[in-house]
Design a binder for this molecule. Structure first.
Ligand code: ZN
Length: 194
């Protein structure tokens, strides 16, 4: 078990498009375990690989601790593609482990269809709604280099500008480990994913 430091807003890796996973080797299995540990430690419901410094198309999600979603199984999502977004939208407050203390109302389609691969590289098609659809869209966005702040008006962005500047410098308190780009680049690379 390893809890990985989470990359913060301002780190370029959060803005890069990720690479495709070609095979789930032992390194990938280890990464997935560590991503679950890291997400749980941070009380998150989803975590994308680039949030732990890995530039690959994979995210984990677990909403089973949320009331009403106890039966929803934890998910490992590899090489996802959202293939359909329903027209009906809802607006719900979201946070992001890479943007601590910032919470924003984000409008998203209520339902989506997702095609993805599991850890056996078996292809799945999933229709998701409500909270699961929202978490999937948030994490999917991460893999495209998109963050929640990209959805808000310039006016609102102005309001959170100061918070964002602080996060960029690592001047934010979190109950989970985070890292700045310099630390991430200096750190040992545990994963050599194909
Ligand atoms: Zn996020």
């Amino acid at each position: 078990m390893a809890i990985l430091p989470i990359t913060l807003f301002g780190d370029k890796i959060l803005r890069k498009k990720v690479g495709t996973i070609k095979e789930v080797d032992n390194e990938t299995v280890k990464l997935i375990k560590d991503m679950f540990d890291t997400m749980k430690n941070a009380n998150g419901v989803g975590l994308a690989a680039n949030q732990v410094g890995i530039n690959k198309s994979i995210f984990v999600a677990d909403i089973s601790m949320v009331e009403g979603y106890e039966k929803t199984k934890p998910m490992v999502v590899i090489n996802p593609k959202i293939t359909f977004r329903f027209k009906e939208k809802s607006s719900v407050e979201e946070g992001c482990l890479s943007i601590p203390e910032v919470r924003l109302n984000i409008e998203r389609p209520k339902n989506i269809t997702l095609v993805y691969f599991d850890t056996n590289m078996k292809k799945h098609e999933l229709e998701a709604d409500e909270l699961l659809a929202r978490v999937i869209q948030h994490e999917y966005d991460h893999l495209q280099g998109v963050l929640i702040i990209d959805y808000v008006s310039d006016e609102l962005k102005e309001n959170i500008k100061e918070s964002l500047e602080k996060i960029k410098k690592g001047e934010v308190e979190t109950e989970y480990p985070t890292c700045l780009p310099a630390d991430r680049l200096q750190g040992k690379r545990d994963y050599q994913l194909k």
